[in-house]
Design a protein around this ligand. Structure first.
Ligand code: PLP
Length: 366
């Protein structure tokens, strides 16, 4: 969609990355690290200073004690964190439970591991799951469940009661929770992010994955991390070593600065994204989309039934080629394309002028 958007000079609300600058203090820290000649391989599982800073973050924010020597692997974004974790813990034929609609990568990730996927629907408008349906997806062959909260594409944020249902099933079926918490700080309306790792009995059976990409608007830096118990970490580190050797050394130094930013950085980030979300919802609903309201992350799922009888792919092409705005067809987030045929996903980590330009173009639809 990004390639099509470029070809037709469409406003790109498809791929989820900011078009505004990264924080100056991080750019300065990265520049300084290169000038200081931190330009060779870091320790494979991450520079000590960065791992110490990651451990301090989880102690400060959640009271979690994570051993930086044996329980943290720094990797090339959460993308690598997820595939390295799945390769480390699963054998071909193991079952992995995935909520649907899902972030596109979870599909190929599980295929690369030859895992069997069990999809469990999140139901609009709140994108909640049915506990009985979830239970039916678990079996003696379940190795793990992938949890992405706050979630892409739906913006759902699982509350403590929902996490408890998942945690109980993980313990009953001896399964792991693999969590993608990349939108941890992009969260609205006083909603709280709770890592499932903090729930009783889950410390040892959770693999927590996060990255700098979204929180610090540096998706191109490719720096993420995986937290897991020492035994799992040993396996994740082996896979990581042979996949990528390590994440960019100078950018890990900038990561030390990033994770040391004051609380106000995160409050401002959430406040700023709330304003962009509200603008996005307003402009989409004004022209006739029916949107679900995200409680976290920076995407809006929009039902276009009132605007067109086309399927999601035809409608997205029309949107790009004729209206000049790019989005992602809903079918990208479902196992069966027909389940996503009435939806498209817009993202809003964009400058106000970009969003206003999209708004002006979208009026052509009304
Ligand atoms: N996980 C989710 C849910 C995402 O939405 C994205 C990017 O859009 C990623 C992971 C990619 O993260 P990273 O840049 O850390 O590899």
């Amino acid at each position: 969609m990004t390639r099509l958007a470029l070809k037709h000079k469409a406003v790109n609300l498809a791929q989820g990355f900011p078009d505004f600058p990264a924080p100056q203090i991080l750019k300065d820290a990265a520049r300084q690290a290169i000038a200081d000649d931190i330009n060779q391989y870091a320790i494979t599982w991450g520079s000590k200073r960065f791992r110490d800073q990651i451990a301090a973050k989880y102690r400060r924010n959640y009271g979690l004690e994570i051993d930086p020597e044996r329980e943290i692997t720094v990797c090339c974004g959460s993308t690598e964190g997820m595939i390295a974790s799945l390769l480390a813990v699963s054998n071909p034929g193991d079952e992995v439970v995935i909520f649907e609609p899902f972030y596109e990568n979870f599909g190929p990730d599980t295929l690369l591991c030859s895992a069997n996927r069990k999809f469990v629907k999140l139901h609009p408008p709140d994108w909640t799951f049915d506990p009985d349906e979830l239970r039916r997806a678990f079996s003696a062959r379940t190795k793990a469940i992938i949890i992405n909260s706050p979630g892409n594409p739906t913006g759902q944020v699982f509350d403590r009661a929902q996490l408890q249902i998942i945690a109980d099933l993980c313990q009953e079926f001896d399964a792991l929770a693999i969590t993608d918490e990349i939108y941890e700080h992009i969260i609205y309306d006083g909603t709280r992010h709770i890592p499932i790792m903090t729930l009783p009995g889950m410390r040892e059976r959770t693999i927590l994955i996060n990255s700098m990409s979204k929180t610090y608007s540096v998706t191109g830096w490719r720096v993420g991390w995986v937290l897991a118990n020492p035994e799992i970490t040993e396996s994740v580190r082996k896979v990581h070593d042979f996949l990528t050797v390590g994440a960019a050394a100078p950018l890990q130094e900038a990561g030390v600065v990033a994770l040391g930013l004051p609380e106000s950085y995160y409050t401002d980030l959430a406040r700023d994204y709330t304003a962009r979300r509200d603008l996005m919802l307003q402009m989409l609903e004004r022209v006739g989309f029916r949107c679900t309201c995200p409680r976290g992350a920076y995407y809006v799922m929009a039902d276009f039934s009132k605007l067109s009888k086309d399927d999601d792919i035809q409608f997205t092409k029309h949107l790009i080629e004729t209206v000049g705005v790019a989005a992602v067809p809903g079918s990208s987030f479902f196992e069966k394309p027909e389940d996503g045929a009435r939806w498209i996903r817009f993202c809003f980590p964009k400058k106000y002028e970009t969003l206003r330009e999209a708004e002006a173009r979208l009026t052509k639809l009304g």
